[in-house]
Design a protein around this ligand. Structure first.
Ligand code: CA
Ligand code: CA
Length: 177
């Protein structure tokens, strides 16, 4: 596995452990979707529901595939097995990427404005300099917006164990210059 992928996996585990108790549980995903929804007050209820459903589905897939000892919680040791067989998660990751990125398209234009992008990723727990670096890497247009499609693809890259040197690495880099 590539070093960049290992770094992303460690970072993602820390982020997903939203309440910081050292293990992933259903409550973490509820907490995260609450924070993300709160970051985009202007998003419609339908988009929020899709986003929440994507978080829930993602958790259900993780616990079904990774909870080796069946205690309903995922430790880091259990979690890192996800990178060994990414094909088992691709459906849930695709839904997660789509539900998340499309929440940011609050006006249905197919684009996401910088403040919305920043608010949502702050909601998940990423650092502001990392978020800004990723936004720049996704090529904002003259109106300071990126396409939902570009963001969605980058979310999938973030979870791909065989990728490296992708813009998504910027989210796990520290510090970002
Ligand atoms: Ca937790
Ligand atoms: Ca477990």
């Amino acid at each position: 596995m590539r070093d960049e992928a290992v770094n992303r996996v460690k970072h993602v585990f820390t982020l997903f452990d939203a309440d910081g108790n050292g293990v992933l549980e259903a409550d973490d995903f509820d907490l995260m979707s609450d924070r993300v929804a709160a970051a985009v007050p202007e998003a419609g209820e339908a988009r929020k529901q899709t986003m929440r459903a994507a978080f829930t589905r993602y958790w259900n897939t993780l616990v079904a595939e990774l909870d080796a000892d069946g205690d309903g919680r995922i430790t880091y040791d259990e979690f890192q097995a996800c990178v060994l067989s990414p094909e088992r998660f691709s459906g849930a990751v695709d839904a997660f990427a789509a539900g998340f990125a499309r929440l940011g398209d609050v006006d249905g234009s197919g684009t996401v404005a910088r403040p919305v992008f920043t608010g949502m990723l702050r909601g998940v727990g990423f650092g502001l300099p990392n978020i800004q670096a990723l936004f720049e890497a996704l090529g904002p247009d003259d109106g300071d917006r990126i396409t939902v499609r570009a963001w969605e693809e980058e979310i999938k890259n973030f979870y791909a164990p065989d990728r490296g040197g992708v813009p998504a690495d910027l989210l796990a880099a520290s510090p970002v210059a």
